[in-house]
Ligand binder design. Sequence first.
Ligand code: HEC
Length: 287
Amino acid sequence: MKMKSILAVLATAMTAAVSVTAFASGGPEIKYAGATASRTDLESLQRGARLFVNHCLNCHSAQYVRYKTLMDLNLTEDQVKQNLMFGAEKIGETMKTSIRPADAKEWFGAVPPDLSVMARSYTTEKLAGYLRSFYQDESRPTGWNNLVSPNIGMPHALAELSGPTKLVTKSFTVDGKELKTDHDAEGKAKGEFIAAGTMASFEHHSKKVDGKTINTYVVNTIANAGPGAMTPQQYDHAVADLVNFMDFIGEPHKAKRVQIGILMMFLLAFLLVAAYALKKEYWRDVH
Ligand code: HEC
């Protein structure tokens, strides 16, 4: 009886998982490829911290993070105070924002969410994609839109670094003869329209016309529309540093925890061997 109900719960969970996947494959597929940075690279984390305090804290808070945590990045208290603390006095203070929630709501139509654990809920890959996919759009109140989070209320906070950006949409149709499989068509789109490292979304529609399948592929890419303070490659790496830092504040003790985990595994393995030896010792005279 009990086993049966457990199985029933499992079956429901699996059906739910399958239907979510089916839904996701219907929308545009986002291609996230871009630069990545390592959690053990302290210089990357320091660069990320600088970007974060200069460009994000104006509107967002990180209220579960104390400035003191930044000393874990091999920085002295003075270095943190002089280079990374604006609007705060004590190293033990949390990262607050100066914007009032009511003002933000009026200006952007939404209150900027707290960024303390954003890298965990949003995932680092998606976060980097989001920060690389702002494009100019006159129809939006802020003048900006976003490929990963369409019609978001946030303007492009790093526009001075990336320079102006625009959305480029290309679509092509194949009748199923020229390119036999979806796979070939995707390869063509990726090869011809998407430069390596570019943010892109990829959509596939197919319909039947006179018994023939017509496949349409729509490819959206973000392209530079003018120079910024950084080249597209430098900007890509800067975003990787920033996201690396946001991953760090979301879980500052991750690296340490992994070390402790490995140590525990060794300890358990040792105990297992010891217990086995002990068992053999006890039973030797019995057998
Ligand atoms: C000018 C104010 C402003 C600045 C500066 C700013 N943001 Fe935002 N951000 C917002 C607002 C407003 C929202 C909520 C928009 C909405 O829900 O429509 C938001 C939402 C977000 C979201 C959630 C997006 C989603 O899909 O829900 C993330 C992630 C984010 N911001 C990250 C950042 C990072 C990282 C920086 C620094 C590079 C930054 N923001 C700088 C105003 C700002």
